[in-house]
Design a protein around this ligand. Structure first.
Ligand SMILES: [Zn+2]
Length: 188
């Protein structure tokens, strides 16, 4: 299994993007480097022009090329290594941290496909790596599983082992909002 390392910045961008639009899917590009045995994700950049429906988001090639050119001109050596999106739980449909057939079809060959499964929860769990290589834990009122894959030639995907030193190092705190700010009372 190849490795995928996620920086603190990228972890926060991924987590907050996923939570912000909960029950809808978020979408963005992964920016970083490829190494001999995997990838390093430095940043997660929102994709604002992605086509959306309730069940899927579709990346758009032209904005991706614009971002790639802009990154090249910044001469940081970083490039788009793939994309991320969330799979929120919905009624009768558990959130899965694996890409759908459409997700794989939308991806370019060699892309990293990072999927964040998100569901609401009652109890707090620290972040840890799972046997299948994904990582999971609590953020705020949510439980998030982060699974990563790489698209091979021919359309198959390989699972990646996810590492995020920052995620393993913090203890999620229980929220203590005043009741009036609780999500149940907010108008969507
Ligand atoms: Zn998906």
């Amino acid at each position: 299994m190849k490795d995928l390392y996620i920086s603190t910045d990228a972890f926060w961008s991924l987590a907050l993007a996923t939570i912000e639009v909960f029950r809808k899917e978020c979408f963005g590009f992964l920016v970083g480097y490829e190494t001999s045995d995997g990838w390093i994700v430095q940043r997660a950049v929102p994709h604002q022009t992605a086509k959306r429906s309730h069940l899927w988001v579709e990346p758009q090639a032209l904005p991706r090329r614009r971002i790639e050119k802009a990154l090249h001109s910044l001469a940081l050596g970083e490039k788009i290594v793939g994309w991320f999106h969330s799979h929120p739980e919905s009624s009768g449909r558990p959130a899965q941290a694996t890409p759908s057939e459409e997700d794989v079809a939308f991806s370019e060959e060699h892309d990293v496909i990072l999927v964040l499964a998100i569901r609401s929860q009652r109890k707090n769990v620290g972040w840890s790596q799972n046997h299948d290589g994904s990582i999971s834990g609590s953020i705020g009122d949510y439980h998030v599983i982060l699974g990563a894959f790489a698209k091979k030639r021919g359309g198959e995907v390989d699972r990646l082992r996810v590492h995020c030193a920052y995620a393993h190092g913090f203890k999620p705190l229980r929220h203590s909002y005043p009741k009036a700010l609780d999500e149940e009372q907010m108008v969507a």
